[in-house]
Design a protein around this ligand. Structure first.
Ligand code: PRP
Ligand code: URA
Length: 208
């Protein structure tokens, strides 16, 4: 598999195990989502472009850098919301553009219900945030939306993906790298990731 980047960081492995644990309560779950998101986003942004800029220290002037690209964070509602804070902390000048999608429980197809993107793109690189890539439908649809908006440099940042979901994304959008904590075995017969962590939205918002 090319363009797929499972984190090998020990902190990610440790925190992901606590995230999967069915005894982890929403408050802790949200904390872990925030922390893992930041760690994965740190790895996902290693190739962001920078330009040189001078900086005056209290002692002298020296060469430094600043981010060259305008970054957009695109959380997929609801579950992607919990990833924003951790990633935003690393890049506070990023814009946040929400996309609302839910998965129809019968067909497992994504249904779009919120999109307020302006006509012209305002950023040059987008990090799409969603903890779960299951059948891949929601991910493919969101990348479609962002590409139609006019942004071609896109990274998908997740916690867990199924191998089926990755294959679907790679077929539709082979140019979009996927950064995540784990690639899990398979989907069950109602489209949930195994072993997974259950419903990422419900576990964050206490709505299970
Ligand atoms: C979950 C998850 C993804 C989607 C993944 O959202 O956060 O967006 O399912 O499934 P897929 O790869 O099969 O499309 P869900 O539809 O449960 O909505 P929610 O975040 O509002 O709970
Ligand atoms: N959405 C989730 O929240 N969890 C899954 O396992 C699949 C889709």
């Amino acid at each position: 598999m090319t363009n797929i980047y499972p984190s090998r960081h020990p902190l990610v492995s440790h925190k992901l195990t606590r995230l999967r644990d069915k005894n982890t309560k929403p408050k802790k779950f949200r904390e872990l989502v925030r922390e893992i998101s930041a760690l994965i986003a740190y790895e996902a942004t290693a190739d962001l472009l920078i330009s040189p800029r001078k900086v005056e220290t209290p002692l002298t002037t020296t060469d430094g850098f600043e981010l060259k690209e305008k970054i957009g964070l695109v959380p997929i509602l609801r579950a992607g919301l919990g990833m924003v804070e951790g990633v935003w902390g690393l890049m506070p000048s990023a814009e946040v553009w929400h996309i609302g999608l839910y998965r129809d429980e019968e067909t497992l197809q994504p249904v779009e219900y919120y999109n307020k993107l302006p006509i012209e793109p305002t950023v040059s690189v987008c990090l799409i945030l969603d903890p779960m890539l299951a059948t891949g439908g929601s991910a493919v649809s969101t990348v479609d939306v962002v590409k139609r908006w006019g942004v071609s440099r896109i990274k998908f940042v997740a916690m867990i993906a199924s191998s089926e979901g990755i294959a679907v994304m790679q077929e539709a959008h082979p140019d979009v790298p996927i950064h995540l904590a784990s690639i899990d075995e398979k989907l069950n017969d109602i489209g949930y990731i195994l072993p997974g962590l259950g419903d990422a939205g419900d576990r964050q918002f206490g709505t299970a």
